[in-house]
Design a protein. Structure first.
Length: 436
């Protein structure tokens, strides 16, 4: 039998060694072809006692950083006052209208009454027209009182139509409490200011010489001392150039040009006319508001009359003020009526603890000369102010005492001014006597 290699131990060993070498080489080649893992750096040991590094900025640095951020946001945004910026653009091409600056105050009163009747079918007594026009000379706030349907809102509306500059009617809402309810507010979400028609008209009025009338319709359905507080304070300032109302708390580069540090000047050529109802749904008007305003009572409708009116009239604010100043120079209260006022003041102090006060005396001296220029009389003017500004304070006195003293007061006024001359004063006293 032929010898086989498998019968030779040495051959078998050599063969096994060869196979083992080949296997090792294959494994080495396979390992070399596999991707190598990146070498991980050893993780530094944490020091438990170490604290994170904190950069501390002082208050000035924080404020500066916030200011830079705010400026970047403002420059990137669109203007926040759409309507006011629109006025700025439109005023570039503004053409001053032709004014009828050649009428007297009496002629203005007669023309206004004829216009209301002929064009608007609104009828007013000439006495009420004179009181309204003369009242504008005393203060920027008028209050029209009376029963519903007597023409309180329509009187102010008709005056705007007469001047060719439509009256702004602001319906007061029961929940109003601050100035933003009147002029609007900045919306943080949209980055826009929600402008109201009143703000628009206030801005526009600062740029021209027209006469503006704003009606606060049903003004005492909310507390006037809340939503109109800043207006009341500013209107008390003797210098009109210092009457600036806060609109926004900051400034943007693209804000309207008349805004100064976020404030807008109250226009001198704008009057506020409030209509008031005295019923259970309204708030009582405080003495603070009454003392600062001129009061006009519209208690009855005037009779219908025929009137013709053909020529449109446009009067400038400057001319109206000149007429008021002329009336103050040319007309004064007689010494006799000043003595009467002094006697009445002492009587009211001694018997009712009521006095005129410096503000009311100033209003009397401003109102009566203008009422005379409008075609009225001294006693009509005294009757207006004494009834609405002085005798109305009897409502707050002891009701039993008022009933006892009412006839004495009526007799004193009749003796002082003449029998049944002070019609409104007597009506007020009788009304208070019956209702206290």
């Amino acid at each position: 039998m032929q010898n086989s290699v498998f019968n030779n131990p040495r051959a078998i060993l050599a063969y096994a060694i060869a196979l083992l070498v080949l296997l090792i080489l294959g494994i080495i080649i396979l390992l070399l072809k596999l991707p190598r893992k990146p070498k991980l750096e050893p993780k530094p040991k944490e020091n438990v006692n170490s604290k994170p590094k904190v950069v501390v900025l002082n208050s000035s640095q924080v404020a500066e950083e916030n200011k830079v951020k705010d400026n970047k946001i403002k420059k990137a945004q669109e203007p926040r006052f759409f309507m006011l910026n629109k006025i700025d653009r439109e005023m570039v091409n503004y053409i001053k209208p032709q004014y009828n600056d050649n009428l007297s105050l009496a002629e203005i009163c007669a023309a206004f009454r004829a216009f209301s009747a002929a064009r608007l079918k609104l009828y007013y007594d000439i006495l009420d027209i004179r009181r309204f026009i003369a009242g504008l000379s005393v203060t920027k706030l008028l209050i029209l009182q009376g029963m519903s349907g007597t023409g309180k809102t329509s009187l102010a509306y008709a005056f705007g139509e007469f001047l060719g500059n439509k009256t702004v009617v602001v319906p007061i809402q029961p929940m109003w409490k601050e100035r933003s309810d009147l002029i609007g507010y900045f919306n943080e979400f949209t980055k826009r200011f929600n402008e109201t028609t009143l703000l628009y008209k206030m801005y526009e009025a600062n740029l021209n010489d027209e006469i503006y009338v704003t009606v606060l319709d049903e003004m005492n359905i909310a507390r006037i001392e809340y939503y109109f507080a800043e207006f009341l304070s500013l209107l008390e300032l003797p210098n009109p150039d210092s009457r600036y109302l806060d609109v926004v708390s900051d400034t943007w580069d693209n804000d309207p040009k008349l805004l100064r540090d976020g404030k807008l000047k109250l226009p001198e050529n704008m009057w506020f006319v409030g209509t008031a109802n005295n019923d259970d749904s309204t708030f009582a008007i405080s003495d603070k508001v009454y003392d600062r305003a001129m009061i006009l009572n519209l208690d009855k409708k005037a009779d219908v009359f025929s009137a013709t009116y053909s020529e449109d009239i446009k009067i400038s604010y400057s001319y109206l003020i000149n007429l008021y100043n002329k009336a103050l120079r040319e007309n004064t209260i007689s010494d006799r009526n000043l003595r009467r006022l002094e006697k009445l003041d002492k009587y009211l102090q001694n018997n009712f603890q009521i006095t005129f006060g410096n503000r009311i005396m100033k209003q009397i001296r401003s109102y009566i000369p203008v009422l005379l220029a409008c075609g009225g009389t001294e006693l009509e003017g005294l009757d207006d102010i004494l009834a609405r500004k002085v005798l109305r304070k009897l409502e707050n006195k002891n009701p039993v005492y008022i009933r006892q003293m009412a006839n004495n007061l009526i007799n004193y006024i009749n003796d002082l001014f003449g029998e049944n001359v002070m019609v409104q004063c007597l009506e007020v006293i009788k009304h208070i006597e019956q209702n206290v």
